[in-house]
Design a protein around this ligand. Structure first.
Ligand code: SAM
Length: 251
């Protein structure tokens, strides 16, 4: 897979990539991540990339020409061009999974007051927002998308199954996790996790994942694939029962 990130601030993007698992994945040839300086695709003596807004209003807007030139230089047949934009569709794990199957992503990071509308109208295949807030530029959003997508590429994570157990992978939040010591400041690791009984541990984890999702993000349960027994568990939670009261009965 190839991911091109087009930005006016390459250093903002290159650093986090080089310092992370993404850099290792790049070194190992699992994903080809390229940081592209938008200014290299601007023309004229001053390589101008932004200009005043028509109609007035403060702030500068990224010009269309350098972005079109960059994409036209980078595009391959399988490329999907994604503009990072707070008005785009909200980025989710499901979209990360969808994008991880695309052979080539070109991510366009906006800046200043935003990007000339013709980029959205005639260049981008998709517009993604990483949440309902406004950042100063699309570099962090492009990194968020790159990280979430790249870690789904086989081989990028050391533990091949880790991504499948994460929150949102099965439509639920992940349950509690513990490491050593077994007791810390009077707080003990639940006995079941030390029992060595893998079936029991899996059941405990599943019940706690459902419980945590029910407490924190109940709307996710509307689309999560729950068995009839698990749906009954949710009913018990609604009636005031806690996970440790019900989990042994959930087999
Ligand atoms: N004026 C724009 C608006 O109100 O929608 C905001 C522009 S923002 C200051 C500059 C750039 O940062 C955007 O073009 C986009 O690339 C990026 N950006 C900011 N917040 C974002 C978000 N939540 N998701 C994705 N990109 C974002």
């Amino acid at each position: 897979m190839r991911i091109d990130i087009v930005t006016l601030f390459p250093g903002m993007v290159e650093g986090p990539i080089a310092e992370s698992i993404l850099g290792k994945a790049r070194e190992r040839g699992l994903v080809d991540i390229r940081v592209v300086n938008l200014r290299d695709h601007a023309t004229g003596k001053h390589r101008v990339t932004d200009d005043y807004q028509f109609g007035g209003g403060g702030g500068m807007v990224l010009k269309p020409e350098p972005l079109f030139a960059a994409v036209e230089a980078l595009r391959t047949e399988e490329a999907r061009v994604v503009l990072l934009d707070p008005r785009g569709r909200r980025f989710t794990q499901a979209i990360a999974r969808e994008l991880s199957a695309v052979g080539h992503l070109i991510l366009l990071a906006g800046r200043y007051e935003g990007v000339d509308e013709r980029v959205s109208a005639a260049l981008a295949d998709d517009e993604l927002s990483i949440g309902d807030y406004v950042l100063t530029g699309g570099e962090l959003p492009a990194l968020v998308v790159t990280d979430a997508v790249a870690r789904l590429i086989p081989g990028v994570l050391g533990d091949a199954e880790a991504a499948g157990r994460d929150s949102f992978a099965s439509g639920l939040l992940e349950g509690p996790q513990y490491t050593r010591p077994e007791e810390f400041r009077g707080l003990r690791v639940p006995d079941v996790l030390l029992s060595g009984d893998h079936a029991k541990i899996a059941r405990w984890r599943r019940v706690h994942a459902i419980w945590r999702t029910w407490r924190r993000r109940p709307e996710l349960l509307e689309t999560a694939a729950l068995t009839p027994a698990e749906q009954k568990l949710v009913e018990e939670f609604r009636r005031g029962k806690g996970p440790d009261e019900v989990w042994t009965r959930s087999a």
